[in-house]
Write a protein of this length. Structure first.
Length: 596
């Protein structure tokens, strides 16, 4: 049955899998890092990069981005299979009749496997499904009767910390496992023997040794080398995300200051997100499982460990992130962290299910009603990424708009990551310089190593001085561009399709040329932002609306109101909620002659 669940889940994820660079978060950076066997963005994701590289070599078909997307689907399906086995094991310890055990284990597994967060992450190149798979395997090892269970779990935890640091929240489960060896039967209060503490610690350190990949590989200067962790200082800054926000999920939007009202709002937001993932039926049974487990001597330590780990990975983590709840980026940033919460919630749901069934003289009927409650209260909906070419086409369109030797100044992460895949994986436009992270010492060193002619042959002591030299020296020798015009302020600019050229000298802007470049753009898919619930897809599409609006502004500057109105309307067709285009259109309509 577990193998059947794996096959069905894998087929379901493959059916809606993205066929190229996904628009999701940092997928482009992870694809480029795996392809080059490099150092991904902090904290480096060493084990994920190694496993991803091996998988792309073993899978003989498909482009590199697709292969890594398949890897996410594979681990998501593996997570479902392991959780099903875990739940069967938990049911046997309750004890629960086999018929009910199989039914509830399958249904709860399906609820998690088809939750919005799991589906979204199982179809894109991200490390979160590998982290979820390792989390499920750790739970299974800790619950099993195998005397080597804790040692195996410790090894997986060490490896898992290099996949995602949030797996540190599983440590309370190890404390509870030391107190009780697995989980005894509900009817028998068996006092287990204690395990030797040294062996699991050694296995944990063995798993943790995968972090050595970072300094070893960085010393070879791979093409993707975030933070250059070849020295102890740089290694520590990469692992702790010191140059990438540290504990903050977003460098600007996260803030470490709370009020009682804001803390309560964050907890409510988490509860709403959990309800969207599970439905209120599974939330009710899971909450009941917590109460029953804490009251049972046989399950108390196991339930306590699950509860503490769940609180740390869920409400406490959302509270620590403290992202602005009104921002459209917040749901997208927090969604991946619901996977670990879901894995930890699964055993609690089954424990609550057992409690409900044991209270009645007709357990089979109550089991059917409980399973129907979980299925019926769950919001069922999902989308497919099979036709998701937005990030790939956007990056291709950007490269078409850039002249030879162009410098793209401080591109956003999605832009930078997608372009790096095209440059490194497909060999497209290696002449284009992606100028990022020049405010950090390692970023400055990378610029000197990769593009030595970009800067003058003098030492530069600070990020502020480097920025000044880029505009006073580099921009006069290379054509500088940006994908958003505000990045070029106070330098004047002109539209050039999806990019904006910095005007270091007075030139005549060619609006006709910019229009021609916009017409040449490849646009596959539905190019209306409001038709996409996924923030990242809508964000990529919004670049096209911004290009139309900014070209309209250039026409308005020369009082060509008909062309300005036309481009403002084009912008609003792509992004109906763009306030700048709405204001500009209203102003242009007032200025346009009445007879037109």
């Amino acid at each position: 049955m577990s193998f059947l669940i794996f096959l069905l889940a894998f087929a379901f994820y493959l059916h809606g899998l993205s066929g190229t660079i996904p628009t999701y978060r940092d997928s482009g950076d992870l694809i480029a890092s795996i392809y080059t066997l490099g150092i991904a963005h902090p904290p480096g994701y060493a084990f994920y990069v190694i496993v991803g590289k091996l998988f792309t070599l073993l899978l003989p078909f498909g482009n590199i981005a697709y292969r890594i997307n398949v890897l996410s689907a594979l681990f998501a399906a593996g997570m479902a299979a392991v959780l099903y086995r875990l739940l069967l094991l938990a049911c046997s310890r309750c004890p629960m009749p086999r018929r009910e055990s199989i039914g509830v284990s399958a249904i709860v597994t399906v609820l998690l496997a088809t939750s919005p967060a799991v589906i979204a992450l199982a179809r894109v190149a991200e490390m979160y499904t590998l982290a979820a798979f390792l989390s499920a395997a750790i739970l299974y090892c800790l619950l099993s009767d195998d005397p080597r269970g804790i040692s195996c779990a410790a090894l997986l935890l060490g490896l898992g910390l290099s996949v995602h640091p949030t797996l540190i929240f599983l440590t309370p489960l190890f404390v509870s496992a030391y107190r009780r060896e697995g989980v005894s039967a509900m009817k028998n209060d068996v006092t287990p023997s204690r395990r030797h503490a040294l062996t699991p610690i050694l296995f944990f350190l063995l798993g943790l040794s995968v972090f050595l990949y970072l300094p070893i590989r960085a010393s070879q200067h791979p093409l993707v080398n975030w933070g250059d962790p070849s020295t102890w200082r740089n290694f520590w800054r990469v692992v702790t995300r010191a140059d990438y926000g540290g504990l903050k999920l977003h460098p600007e939007q996260s803030s470490f200051s709370w009020t009682p009202a804001s803390a309560l709002a964050q907890v409510r937001y988490f509860a709403t997100a959990m309800k969207a993932e599970w439905g209120w039926g599974a939330l009710f049974l899971g909450s009941l499982g917590v109460l029953l487990g804490l009251r049972s001597a046989a399950w108390r330590f196991w339930t306590g460990g699950l509860l503490i780990s769940w609180i740390l990975s869920g409400p406490a983590f959302f509270l620590l992130s403290n992202l602005p709840l009104a921002e459209s980026t917040t749901p997208a940033i927090l969604q991946p962290y619901l996977l670990l919460c879901g894995v930890l919630w699964v055993p609690l749901v089954v424990l609550g299910f057992y409690g409900v069934c044991s209270w009645t003289s007709k357990p089979f009927l109550m089991a059917l009603l409980s399973m129907a409650l979980m299925v019926g209260s769950r919001p069922w909906s999902w989308t497919s990424q099979r036709n998701d070419f937005y990030a790939y086409d956007y990056a291709r369109n950007l490269l078409r708009a850039l002249p030879p030797g162009a410098v793209l100044y401080e591109p956003d992460d999605p832009t930078h990551f997608s372009l790096r895949v095209l440059q490194l994986v497909e060999g497209r436009r290696p002449d284009v310089i992606l100028l990022n992270f020049f405010r950090t010492r390692w970023g400055y060193e990378e610029i000197k190593r990769q593009w030595p002619d970009l800067l003058p042959p003098i030492p530069i002591e600070s990020g502020q001085e480097l920025r000044r030299i880029l505009w006073t020296y580099s921009a006069k020798r290379h054509p500088f561009y940006a994908e958003l015009p505000q990045k070029l302020i106070p330098v004047s600019y002109r539209s050039q399709g999806l990019v904006y050229a910095a005007q270091m000298e007075s030139t005549t802007a060619s609006r006709i040329e910019s229009e021609a470049r916009l017409v040449m753009n490849v646009q596959r898919g539905d190019f209306v932002t409001t038709h996409h619930s996924d923030f990242f897809t809508a964000h990529v599409i919004s670049y096209y609306a911004a290009a139309q609006n900014n070209l309209g502004i250039e026409y308005a500057n020369v009082e060509d109101w008909p062309h300005a109105v036309s481009h403002y309307r084009e912008a609003l067709q792509i992004e109906p909620e763009q306030s700048a285009a709405q204001r500009n259109l209203a102003f242009a309509l007032q200025k346009m002659p009445k007879h037109l």
